[in-house]
Ligand binder design. Sequence first.
Ligand code: SAM
Length: 225
Amino acid sequence: MERKIIKTADGSVTIHLPEWDEQYHSKHGAVQEAQHVFIKMGLYHYLKASPKPELSIMEIGFGTGLNAFITFLEAQNLPVKFNYTGVEAFPVTSQEIAALNYPENLSAENQEWAFQKIHGTPWEHYISISDNFQLKKLQKKFDEISAKNEFDIIYFDAFGARVQPELWTEEIFEIMHSALKDGGILVTYSAKGSVRRALQKVGFIVERLEGPPGKREMLRATKSC
Ligand SMILES: C[S@@+](CC[C@H](N)C(=O)[O-])C[C@H]1O[C@@H](n2cnc3c(N)ncnc32)[C@H](O)[C@@H]1O
């Protein structure tokens, strides 16, 4: 499928799929969306409620590596060891990586090496990006995930239900529920009623939260202990 790099409202770029009229991130700001949905409402919410020396995060849709990079930047200021798993069936190309402006947009030009390392590391193994951040990229489909009680946080960042309804079903959320530890959370930019109900059906406790710029609401789902 054709993929085009476009600029979003906060100056950061994203990938646009003309055939689906869909983006990897919000047109209102890729970086702002990632910081709000995954870092503020996911990572910091979880650490505040359950401080821990070690955290395991799984990202559903590794894509451009933006969420991994932003999490890496936060990790550098936290006394926490991060195990980050990014699942992706259709990795971005080296030409696409070269067009991504995230280190510059985040004023983290001195961490450009880490963004490149995040993309350059081999798949399927944990690789250290820094002393407290290791990354494992898995090239597989989301319905092939078999992890059980492994993750504290899931960043659920699939394409929208309008274009991939099969990724927002009870079957997929059952896989996510099993992959989380008790007390673990899943955060997503989606606030659709059907998504909320599917999450509840598989046992999650679901909260509707303030959304990122340009979006009224988002969801956070907790696996009850
Ligand atoms: C919304 S984009 C992810 C954005 C990504 N988190 C980022 O920050 O760039 C959704 C991603 O899911 C991937 N994808 C789509 N269907 C998939 C599937 N069935 N299994 C695994 N990956 C899939 C796409 O290739 C795309 O990279």
